[in-house]
Design a protein around this ligand. Structure first.
Ligand code: SF4
Ligand code: SF4
Length: 446
């Protein structure tokens, strides 16, 4: 039995149907669409214009503020246009369109800098390299990684926590990454620990991935960084185990304060497995973030796969590659079924935060609508944040900001446990998410 301390949560069917599928490299697409907004923070500004020739890995967009991450060309080719294009957040975002040419150099292969050499480098320079590589949290949060690696002096950090829980049903990209690249991940952890100046790291993995646990335990015996310990912790399978707050509570028994509280308030930096790998590649190979692993899965896909995909590739191309049933598809979700975002078309790009593409069939999708709350209390029982989701959803439905805030609008982690168990099929998490977006938009307008 693994470790778990948090109360609430659920155990939905795992449906990890791609767990046994090795990561395949998706072919370089004929065209990529790279939105200027792929991180939390202000959008980037383009550094190129229509007609420019670009090399793979070239920086093509840059943010103005510190909380931003540049965008790099994921292919070599010609910039055809910079125009609004549909973004996974559901609206049009200015995007750089690159038409691929036949020259696609692989300059990052076989050129790794030895780990010990990197571990002797200045930490600020390494952090700048992470920033320059455009790395963000690849678990879906897309917070710029270099910011997390630079905690304020008043908030000293003593622990690095690696999130390998992958508690969302269906998704297996992190699982495969841990099985196929354990040594690179352990190198990445050593580099992150060096930058943060800490000596203790943990990797939390749910116990339904025993092969990944074994691979990382084996790799963690070969640490080169002096004084660092890396502990691989087996976790009980419980959604949302991979939420930062719950992971910290489970492994370290520390409580992150309510918003705006952050993990660094309790001395912790949390990084996702995919992010660690991206940091390893950036520092040891000099490779910016131009691709990521994506799980393409669900009953509406005949050949589900884990794919290494160039950013900006159209989701429709991945679905065709995996032989999807476009006629029978009921819903396309980017991410997992619990926290992912439903899309009305596959004509949109894979971005830094795209961990999966899930296709549900029509039979799996609830089209009956929702009913009034029957006050059964099931949502309260499962809420891992101890909120009253039914009351919160009613306030959210009526647009009552102040009252919703009193009932934990900002505390909600949008995990979806409440919606999952609701017998009235109330879209509680969607209502809360919508109210939060409206609030953010109102704040932005002033
Ligand atoms: S109210 Fe928020 S935190 Fe609580 S179960 Fe629902 S989505 Fe999760
Ligand atoms: S689970 Fe649904 S029906 Fe039951 S109390 Fe919560 S919102 Fe109401």
């Amino acid at each position: 039995m693994g470790t778990t301390y948090f109360i609430g949560g659920i155990h939905p069917p795992e449906n990890k149907i791609t767990a046994g599928c090795p990561i395949e490299t998706f072919p370089v697409p004929a065209k990529v669409l790279l939105p200027l907004s792929q991180h939390i923070g202000a959008p980037c500004e383009a550094l190129v214009k229509a007609g420019d020739m670009v090399e793979v890995g070239q920086k093509i967009a840059q943010g103005r503020g510190y909380v931003s991450a540049p965008v790099h060309a994921s292919v070599s080719g010609q910039v055809k246009s910079i125009e609004p294009y549909l973004h996974p957040i559901g609206r049009q975002v200015s995007s750089i369109v690159i038409e691929t040419d036949t020259n696609q150099p692989q300059e990052w292969a076989n050129s790794a800098i030895p780990l010990l050499k990197l571990l002797s480098k200045d930490t600020a320079a390494l952090r700048d390299q992470v920033q320059d590589a455009g790395i963000v949290g690849l678990g879906g949060a897309t917070f710029p990684t270099h910011v997390k690696l630079n905690p304020p002096v008043a908030k000293p950090v003593d622990t690095l926590l690696i999130n390998g829980a992958e508690c969302e049903p269906y998704l297996t990209a992190d699982h495969r990454m841990m099985m196929e690249h354990p040594q690179e991940l352990v190198s990445g952890i050593q580099l992150l620990a060096h930058i943060l100046g800490i000596s203790q790291a943990y990797i939390g993995i749910e116990e339904n991935k025993p092969d990944a646990i074994a691979a990382l335990r084996e790799a963690a015996t070969k640490i080169e960084a002096k004084g660092l310990t890396i502990n691989v912790v087996k976790l009980r399978v419980r959604y949302p185990q991979g939420s930062e707050k719950h992971l910290i509570q489970t492994i370290l028994d520390r409580q992150v304060p309510p918003p705006p509280g952050l993990p660094m308030d309790v001395g912790v930096v949390v990084q996702n497995v995919g992010t660690v790998y991206a940091v390893y590649e950036a520092l040891s190979l000099g490779k910016p973030l131009i691709e990521r692993t994506v799980t393409v899965t669900g009953s509406g896909v005949r050949q589900p796969k884990n794919l290494k995909v160039r950013l900006g590739t159209q989701v429709s191309e991945l679905l065709d590659f995996c032989d999807w049933d476009s006629e029978g598809a009921g819903k396309i979700i980017l991410g997992g079924p619990m926290m992912g975002m439903a899309q009305y078309t596959p004509q949109l790009p894979v971005i830094k935060g795209t961990s999966g593409v899930l296709v549900q069939t029509r039979a799996e999708v609830n089209t009956a609508g929702y009913r009034d709350c029957v006050r059964c209390g099931k949502c309260v029982e499962v809420c891992p944040m101890f909120l009253m989701p039914q009351t919160l959803s009613i306030y959210a439905e009526r647009g009552m900001f102040k009252e919703a805030e009193e009932y934990g609008l900002t505390d909600c982690i949008l995990c979806g446990c409440c919606s999952y168990v609701c017998p009235a099929k109330r879209p509680i998490v969607q209502m809360v998410g919508l109210l939060r977006s409206l609030k953010a938009a109102a704040k932005a307008k002033g």
